[in-house]
Design a protein around this ligand. Structure first.
Ligand code: SF4
Length: 476
């Protein structure tokens, strides 16, 4: 089967325009934060973080808490991996890690004592289910000891799992331990593709875990696919999509594989001759959009799709969608406290990142310190641009009037240069601009990163500190 990219019809909220994508494709941030993490500096430390927590407290601690817990270990290496992870089969490493993680949880719990309720919890990695069922139960009990959690109905408690490492019983156990959203990678159902990327995940295993998650009462099941992997073509992608649609997840992410073997060592094991061409990748993307929107999924933005009745799609319709380090979220304006090696917090008007190596992380906790090694204090301009990028990413529109009410600026004067750049994008059909609204068009939605980049003051500016492995992927 072959669906040329240019022939793909318009779906309700997103339009695929191959010529425009070819023209606009460039490297750019994914804007899980603004300013982006490569702008953090090592002059920001624990003192700055404590000050941020104090100012949140003195302002009345209005926002709920969102906790992120990072488990960095994985059993096996996936060759496409670009994550910060540790591949090991030595399980005692997890014991040691959990000892230190609990110290950090206690320190953060004391800092936020009597302040806010946790309405959001996310376990990411690596592979959070690398730790055993008993270790997870203990860790969740420890979190509940130091933080007050909203009820299951009011809280969004999610975990990334690896279906290869969990039994159906474990899925039920995760639900009983308090998780109510679950996500996992499928990437591709094709056995040859799975072999080429060293991630053998039989279909029965994926479908079994999905069924168990449904039976256990998880409220949202989310799966990841990747296009651009070795041995993939339109045929394999079409078959995978049919299986995915039949499996009926609530949310889907469809990521573009960026082959950058000089930056990411595992990718050197991928046979470059087996990679699909750029044109085939575009055709695969258009096929994904066509099949998923025809199956009733709504394009949320930035690789994400959701069923119209999923809370992500509902939040977007109601203008409540938010974007943070874990992607899209329904809980706006939370203080995000991230714990674990390399985790990034967002508290008040600051970002702070933990030590990136286990040695550094353990050493700082040994000294009785929070393991913060770098971060950023945002100024008013950063906060203003952050809101603009949030609005564009989440709502695909920007109310000029509401910004002028919230900030002491005249939009047309303050953003004179940006408006000039936006007019060029308007000429290409990505946005429409009038005195009250900037609106992203259906064909601009796939290129939302290009539009947000107009408002990024830091692009092109030299970085204050050398950041290893920091790179931007292609905007599409
Ligand atoms: S892709 Fe995920 S599971 Fe695979 S090695 Fe990377 S972090 Fe681990």
């Amino acid at each position: 089967m072959a669906v040329p990219a240019s022939a793909v019809p318009i779906s309700s909220n997103v339009q695929f325009d191959a010529a425009l994508i070819r023209k606009m494709s460039q490297q750019g941030p994914r804007y899980t934060s603004y300013p982006t993490a490569d702008r953090f500096t090592d002059s920001f430390g624990m003192g700055d973080y404590l000050q941020a927590v104090n100012s949140v407290r003195s302002m009345g601690a209005r926002n709920p808490l969102s906790l992120y817990i990072h488990i960095p270990f994985c059993d096996k290496l996936c060759y496409y991996c670009a994550c910060n992870k540790i591949i090991t089969k030595v399980r005692s490493k997890a014991d040691e890690y959990l000892t230190y993680l609990k110290r950090e949880i206690e320190m953060q719990g004391k800092l936020f004592a009597d302040m806010n309720t946790v309405e959001q919890l996310h376990f990411g990695g690596g592979t959070p289910t690398y730790i055993s069922d008993a270790q997870m139960g203990e860790l969740m009990a420890y979190l509940r000891k130091w933080f007050r959690f909203a009820t299951d109905d009011d809280g969004e408690y999610s975990i990334e799992i690896d279906p290869r490492t969990v039994s159906q019983e474990r899925v039920h156990s995760l639900r009983a331990q308090g998780f109510n959203r679950i996500s996992f990678g499928v990437q591709d159902f094709d056995p040859d593709v799975q072999k080429a990327v060293n991630r053998i995940q039989p279909e029965e295993c994926t479908l079994g875990v999905m069924q168990a998650a449904r039976d256990a009462g998880f409220r949202s099941i989310s799966i990841d696919l990747i296009y651009g992997l070795p041995k993939q073509n339109l045929m394999t992608m079409d078959k995978t999509l049919s299986k995915v649609i039949a499996a009926n997840p609530d949310r889907l992410s469809v990521y573009n594989y960026a082959h950058m073997p000089t930056l990411f060592k595992p990718q050197r094991r991928i046979n470059e001759d087996e990679l699909p061409s750029g044109e085939t990748k575009l055709d695969m993307l258009s096929l994904c959009i066509k099949r998923l929107t025809e199956a009733g999924y709504v394009y949320i933005g930035m690789d994400h799709f959701a069923k119209p009745n999923d809370e992500l799609a509902i939040a977007q319709r109601q203008g409540r969608l938010h974007r943070n380090f874990q992607g899209y979220s329904t809980h706006a304006e939370a203080e995000m406290v991230a714990m674990g090696v390399s985790a990034i917090s967002s508290v008040g008007s600051t970002y702070s990142q933990n030590e990136k190596t286990l040695e550094g992380y353990y050493e700082r906790l040994e000294q009785g310190e929070l393991p913060i090694c770098r971060g950023l204090k945002m100024n008013v301009d950063d906060l203003l641009r952050r809101i603009i990028i949030q609005m564009l990413m989440c709502n695909f529109e920007l109310s000029v009037k509401s910004l002028e009410l919230a900030y002491p600026i005249t939009f047309a004067n303050y953003f004179e240069k940006e408006l000039e750049k936006l007019r060029a994008l308007e000429a290409d059909g990505l946005v429409t601009i009038d005195s009250e609204w900037i609106t992203v068009t259906p064909k601009g939605r796939l290129l939302i990163r290009n539009i947000c980049m107009v408002f990024d003051r830091y692009l092109g500016m030299p970085r204050e500190v050398k950041v290893e492995r920091m790179h931007y992927s292609k905007t599409i």
